[in-house]
Each structure stands twice: as structure tokens, then as C-alpha cells.
Design a protein around this ligand. Structure first.
Ligand code: ADP
Ligand code: MG
Length: 217
């Protein structure tokens, strides 16, 4: 159990950081998706988070709680982003907000629960299993870390979470895809990292950076 509490400002700051993050990584994600998909993963995320950036102040002004902020961000991604990643990340954020109605701050443990809800919804929607060469290969090892009832401090736990996701993304390199566009490539997908698994851990790293700030404040 940790005593760290995250307020809505933390989450607003994280969502504000998402656009500069995708701008920085867009080219890299495009390249990964060019190798085994259609080369639009970076652009898809840029389109989504550009919209989030545009509407974030209004969302913040009108949202009664953290739950609503997550739901609105998720709905924007779902509505604005074409491709499979929009609906998947959209439902991730929407479902991450489902248990925190009425709250304007959450404990670190509640935050871990939010992410677990989000991960579960990606699995429900996309029906991918571990080893299918998708973002699930990053999220599931991360989920195992989140579920551990460890006494470590939040930054340590969240660092381990992101690290497990990063390793999960690496683990997609030798795989044949069983879901998504890369499926059609068969063995030609071998040797390439899944773009969604890469963006997934990188996005969680944006949460980590702000978490470090929050923990030291
Ligand atoms: P699209 O494949 O439609 O062009 P993106 O390029 O934005 O969409 O996203 C591709 C990523 O989406 C893949 O790298 C993979 O991680 C993820 N993905 C695709 N299908 C699924 C699925 N069924 N479950 C989980 N993730 C998936
Ligand atoms: Mg694509």
C-alpha cells in the first residue's frame, strides 16, 4: 500500500504531455508500422492526441471528476482515430475511468486498478491473446506487475510496470501475428516489433514521468 494520491491535475498534465510525446515518436512508430502494417500508427496517434490537446481545457472545465476526464479522452480517440488503435486506446481510457466516478483524486492503488480495467477492455474488444503480436503483449506483462500487492514505493512499482511492458514489446519481434494487419504477412512479420506494443509502453512512460514529479512533490 502506498500513500501517494493523484489529483485531477496530474491526469490533465499527463494528457497534455501526450501530444508532444506522439509528435516526438511519430516517425519511429510510422516506421514500425510501415514494416508490418500500413504505416499510419504514428499519424493515428497524432490525430487522436491533437484533438485531445485541443479540447483538454474544455474537458477539464466541464468534467465533474477524473472518471469523466478519462471517458471524454477515450471517446475522442475512439471517434477521431481510424485504424484499430483508436478504438482500442479509446476503450482503454474510457474503461480506465469507470470505477472512479465522483473522485477528483485517487490513490496510487486505485490508479493501478484503473489501468487494469483499461487493459481488460483492450482484451475484450480486440480478443488478442499473449503472443499474438499486438499491444496485448506489452500490456499483459505490465498487468502482472500492477496486480502484485507489493509494498514498494509507487515510482518503483510503476517503473517496473513500464519496464515489463517494454520487454513485452521486445518479445513481439520474433513472433508471427495472429491479430491485426500484420497477420497477412505470415512469417514475413518475424523480425519486426509490433508498433502498438511499442506505443503502449511509451504512452505509459508519459504517466511515469509525471508520477515521479507527483511523488517528489
Ligand atoms: P491499423 O492496424 O488499423 O492501421 P494502427 O496502425 O493505428 O491501426 O495500430 C496497429 C496496432 O494495433 C498493432 O500494432 C497492434 O498492436 C494493435 N492491434 C491491432 N489489432 C489488435 C487486436 N485485435 N488486439 C489488440 N491490439 C491490436
Ligand atoms: Mg496501421
Amino acid at each position: 500500500m502506498s500513500t501517494l494520491v493523484l489529483d485531477r491535475e496530474y491526469f490533465i498534465n499527463v494528457f497534455r504531455d501526450m501530444l508532444p510525446f506522439v509528435d516526438k515518436e511519430s516517425e519511429h512508430l510510422q516506421q514500425l508500422d510501415s514494416a508490418i502494417g500500413d504505416g499510419d500508427h504514428g499519424i493515428n496517434l497524432t490525430i487522436g492526441f491533437r484533438e485531445v490537446a485541443k479540447q483538454l481545457d474544455t474537458i477539464n472545465e466541464n468534467a465533474a471528476d477524473i472518471s469523466t476526464i478519462f471517458k471524454k479522452v477515450g471517446m475522442l480517440l475512439l471517434g477521431k482515430v481510424g485504424g484499430s488503435s483508436g478504438p482500442l486506446y479509446g476503450s482503454f481510457f474510457m474503461k480506465a475511468g469507470k470505477d472512479v466516478t465522483g473522485k477528483n483524486e485517487v490513490t496510487f492503488d486505485e490508479f493501478c486498478g484503473m489501468l487494469l480495467n483499461g487493459i481488460e477492455s483492450i482484451q475484450l474488444r480486440g480478443k488478442a491473446e499473449l503472443g499474438d503480436k499486438t499491444m496485448i503483449d506489452a500490456f499483459l506483462p505490465g498487468a502482472e506487475v500492477l496486480k502484485q500487492d507489493s509494498p514498494e514505493d509507487p515510482v518503483e512499482k510503476f517503473t517496473a510496470f513500464v519496464e515489463a511492458m517494454k520487454e513485452g514489446a521486445e518479445s513481439t519481434i520474433p513472433l508471427i501475428a495472429k491479430k491485426g494487419r500484420a497477420m497477412r504477412l505470415g512469417e514475413r512479420a518475424i523480425g519486426h516489433k509490433d508498433p502498438g506494443a511499442e506505443s503502449a509502453w511509451m504512452m505509459m512512460e508519459v504517466f511515469l514521468k509525471r508520477l515521479k514529479e507527483a511523488a517528489s512533490a
